[in-house]
Design a protein. Structure first.
Length: 328
């Protein structure tokens, strides 16, 4: 293994054009870590927020963007016993995925599912960790419940639709075009609502309200989500594309016994992420191995075209996941 590698760094806060190719030292595996030779890296909205200077990485994380990747384990740190050099894995990363090599806790690695290529595997960690921890662990979704996910054609949305459907929930979603709505229906949504011409609140109330809503929009969606919930319903917030501030009448939470919660994945402890990984291994990876669910792929870009990949994502024209081809 060489001492240096190619990487995509953020030259300064700004638009997609600030992503530049650079040379960096190859990371070393610390205690409990492995180093992965990256085949593909997933492209996610937190990468774009970091690029724009709105989402600083944790102090101990790489300053390079990239929160998920697939590849081959090439070195192992002390204290790692359940992975070997040569293992093919996909991994949740603290950062640094837009590079030829990346270090990450071994406990955040999962095997590449049977029959799945590296490109598809790179799309799993960020969205599956996020959806499982928020919809099932935090939100407590159960079979038969009415589940709403906004942005159904996004990486998070396509994952949430498939998982909720696989575990027996009734799935509702929103999207911005008829084509995106059709894609959501094919994945298992019972109803896909084009938010440009139909009010999701009316649709959900007619069905008795949502038992659980997963939202990344925020802004004026928050009070509308509250109206769309059933009695004892839960709202889980994971992002704020329209902003985090809103005026809200909390009396509705009391009288209708509602629960509001939320989380962000990156700042959580290594132990918390390892716990999510273990639940995914037991409950979700068998579904991936069997081909019952799979990531929805939008597009692939060469490493040096990372700026184009970010522009594609920020155009909101994509359906599913965008990846960078690093060494695959």
């Amino acid at each position: 293994m060489t001492d240096t590698m190619r990487a995509i760094e953020i030259s300064e806060p700004g638009g997609p054009e600030v992503l530049q190719m650079a040379e960096r030292p190859v990371p070393q595996a610390k205690h409990g870590q492995v180093v992965i030779k990256v085949a593909y890296a997933g492209v996610n909205r937190p990468d774009a927020l970091q690029r724009a200077g709105k989402y600083a990485p944790p102090p101990t994380a790489s300053d390079l963007p990239g929160l998920e990747a697939s590849g081959e384990v090439v070195s192992i740190g002390a204290g790692v016993s359940d992975l070997n050099v040569g293992d093919k894995v996909c991994a949740l990363l603290p950062g640094g995925g837009y590079a030829e090599f990346v270090a990450t806790p071994a406990a955040h690695c999962l095997p590449v599912p049977k029959g799945m290529g590296m490109k598809e595997a790179a799309c799993l960690p960020e969205t599956f960790f996020t959806v499982w921890s928020n919809v099932f662990m935090r939100g407590g979704l159960k079979a038969g419940e009415r589940f709403m996910v906004h942005g159904g054609s996004s990486g998070i949305g396509t994952t949430a639709i498939q998982l909720a459907n696989a575990f027996g929930a009734r799935v509702f979603t929103t999207a911005g075009t008829d084509a995106k709505c059709a894609a959501c229906m094919k994945l298992g949504a019972e109803a896909a609502i084009n938010y440009r011409d139909t009010d999701f609140v009316d649709v959900l109330r007619a069905e008795g309200g949502a038992d659980l809503i997963l939202d990344m929009v925020g802004g004026d969606y928050i009070p509308r989500n509250i109206k769309a919930l059933a009695e004892d319903g839960r709202l889980v917030q994971i992002a704020f594309l329209q902003g985090p501030s809103v005026e809200l009448n909390f009396a509705m939470l009391m009288t209708r016994r509602l629960t509001m919660t939320g989380s962000t994945l990156r700042p959580q402890s290594d132990l918390a992420k390892a716990h999510i990984a273990q639940e995914l291994r037991e409950a979700v990876w068998p579904l991936l191995d069997a081909g019952r669910i799979a990531p929805v792929m939008d597009s692939e870009y060469a490493m040096q075209d990372a700026s184009d990949a970010h522009a594609r994502m920020e155009s909101s024209g994509h359906i599913g996941k965008i990846v960078l081809r690093i060494g695959g």
